[in-house]
Design a protein around this ligand. Structure first.
Ligand code: NAD
Length: 281
């Protein structure tokens, strides 16, 4: 068997086109504020791809770029201002922040209804109670990709490899909300291969290049690779793609899988925030 390769670029483009249509009917363009501190090379790429995609769908995206020696107070002052500006529907802070920043102080300062990255603690809590208005972009994008190949997730055994607050945990909550039976694995998990062998859905989000091996995969499983690590100048996922594709039913590539969906879902969250804010006026 050779796995069906889930084309994240295609589904992300489809989502952006749908959004573009909906936004063209809006009275005013939704607005997204992107705050970036420092000059991290990878962040520069992410920020510019978010700006480009926002522009493409008709979301007005303003970048606020601080130098690496900016203070927490500088950024908090800006967030307070953006929180109050009625035209601004979404605020995101590009991570990582420089070391002298306390990430939580910054993320928690964003008004909840403008937290389109859903990184605030209250948003995580709401997601675990299946009452969040939206979830973090990456896990939401992963769920969309899974649903392109599995129409009903009820009772499926899913394993999420990674327990970060921005990928692993919200991913597990989303799958639980879909009535999956969810295992969360992490760096201290004992006998990961045996756990993965039981899973119908495998989401690898641990940043360990090609960790997930063909022998670990139950034939017919759906495998989603979130990982991105630069190895010898190339982007490599957490799944041993070339071999796993021989046993999985469906598999995402890196690049071209989850990455493009992340940006598209962020735009969708911004649009949802816009609609909710408009409704509450
Ligand atoms: P993180 O470093 O915050 O968390 C990694 C997690 O993996 C931790 O919970 C850790 O316990 C677990 N882990 C590490 N080694 C492991 C091992 N050997 N076995 C099992 N678990 C192990 O990373 P993150 O922010 O959650 O991101 C994970 C990966 O996904 C990274 O490669 C990151 O670049 C990528 N990522 C991709 C996108 C995208 O849009 N495609 C978005 C976010 C993150």
């Amino acid at each position: 068997m050779t796995a069906h390769i889930i084309d994240g670029k295609f589904f992300a483009k489809q989502l952006r086109e749908e959004l573009k249509g909906k936004i063209s009917d809006c009275h005013a363009a939704p607005q997204l504020a992107v705050i970036w501190v420092g000059d991290n090379e990878a962040s520069a790429v992410y920020v510019s791809s978010k700006q480009k995609a926002a522009q493409e769908v008709g979301i007005a995206c303003e970048l606020f770029h601080f130098s690496a020696d900016a203070s927490e107070a500088d950024v908090l002052t800006l967030i307070e201002r953006l929180n109050m500006e009625r035209e601004v529907n979404g605020i995101i802070v590009q991570l990582p922040l420089p070391k002298h920043f306390h990430e939580r102080h910054i993320l928690e300062a964003i008004r909840t209804d403008k937290d389109v990255d859903a990184f605030k603690q209250v948003m995580s809590g709401a997601l675990w109670q299946n009452s969040a208005p939206w979830a973090s972009a990456t896990p939401q994008g992963v769920l969309k990709l899974i649903k392109t190949v599995l129409s009903d997730l009820t009772g499926k055994h899913a394993i999420v490899i990674g327990r970060s607050n921005i990928v692993g945990k919200p991913m597990a909550a989303l799958l639980l909300n879909e009535d999956c039976t969810v295992t969360i694995a992490h760096s201290k998990t004992v006998d990961l291969p045996t756990l993965v062998q039981k899973a119908d859905i495998v989401v690898a989000a641990c940043g360990q290049p090609r960790l997930v091996k063909k022998e670990w995969i139950k034939p017919g499983a759906v495998v989603i690779d979130v990982g991105i690590t630069k190895v010898d100048g190339r982007l490599v996922g957490d799944v041993d793609f070339e071999n796993v594709k021989e046993v999985a039913a469906a598999l995402t590539p890196v690049p071209g899988g989850v990455g493009p969906m992340t940006v598209a879902m962020l735009l969708q969250n911004t649009y949802t925030a816009y609609l909710k804010q408009k409704d509450s006026l």
